[in-house]
Design a protein around this ligand. Sequence first.
Ligand SMILES: [Zn+2]
Length: 348
Amino acid sequence: MSIESYIEAMPKAELHVHLEGAVSPEELLLIAEQNEVAEQIKHFNTWAALVQKPDYERLDDIIRVACQWVQLPEDLTRIAYNVGTNLSKQNVRYAEVSVTPALYSGLSLSLEQFFAALNDGRERAERAWGIRIGWVLTLPRDEPRRGDEYVRFATSPGGRRANIVALGLAGTETAHPVGQFERTFVTAEKKGLPRVVHAGEILGAEGVLAALQTLSPNRVVDGWGISESKEVRDLMHEKSVSLDVSMIAALRRNRIADYQAYPLRQLYDDGVVITLGADMPELFQTTLNEQYTIVVRDLGFDLEELEEIALNAVRVSALPEDERETLLGEFRQTYDALRAEHIEAQTE
Ligand SMILES: [Zn+2]
């Protein structure tokens, strides 16, 4: 029994995970084989190798190519089930999974059909493992023109039936000025749909500031540069915006040399409401449990602090308030019991 075994056993909520980076390479390659993709695209073997052992300089291309292998609605169903199963193995009880339908150019489905296929897999995973998943319908930064369609669907009765819990924005931060997304995100806000915005990866604090001022996000994802800007932190505090950090993206994209270089302690001590995510666990070759472990092992957080960060993911989730309270109560109770079993018994 150890801190690692305790972390594995902790029930968790995961708010920053992308469907495209969370499906296992084995599942993707199986889908590619069944769809006879090797006969359709050039250099299939190179891409197949890259999916299993990514070159992080080419990550966006790897994702784009692998998404083209998905050609049938039932492929989406399998992917959703696979991702739900993988999350459940990490003891994730609730996840908000980002999905970018625009990437699946080999499928010509309406958003309604797209999510119907995903929800088949989501429901199977829920029945099998008890995991609950909500979707963050994510607009890619290079396609602002899809904004109207996405927000219209996400805020429609069909969108709610499809279990879409938030509107997301992700992709290359500099592709278009943030103003191009303003109307879409203002509409989402007016209709009461939560907004989850990736910012800072390229533009740092300035990019986060622009996103905060223009898109009124509930959560900022990544947020690189926030530790260097009191102005941004003050604005986040004032607007009650939390931060979904991605230490693994910072590491894999060479923004930090090692985990100790990630300014998590500073953000935490400055009062930023933080959650931890695995982002693209399969492509980045990590797990949520590993990210939790790093916070204690490499960054010197104690277990009380880790538990607070874990509970933040429930607190700032898009779940209705009564469900958040229920889940918080369950998690707290389980943490106490698990801690007695995994940690305290050992030190006596
Ligand atoms: Zn992300």
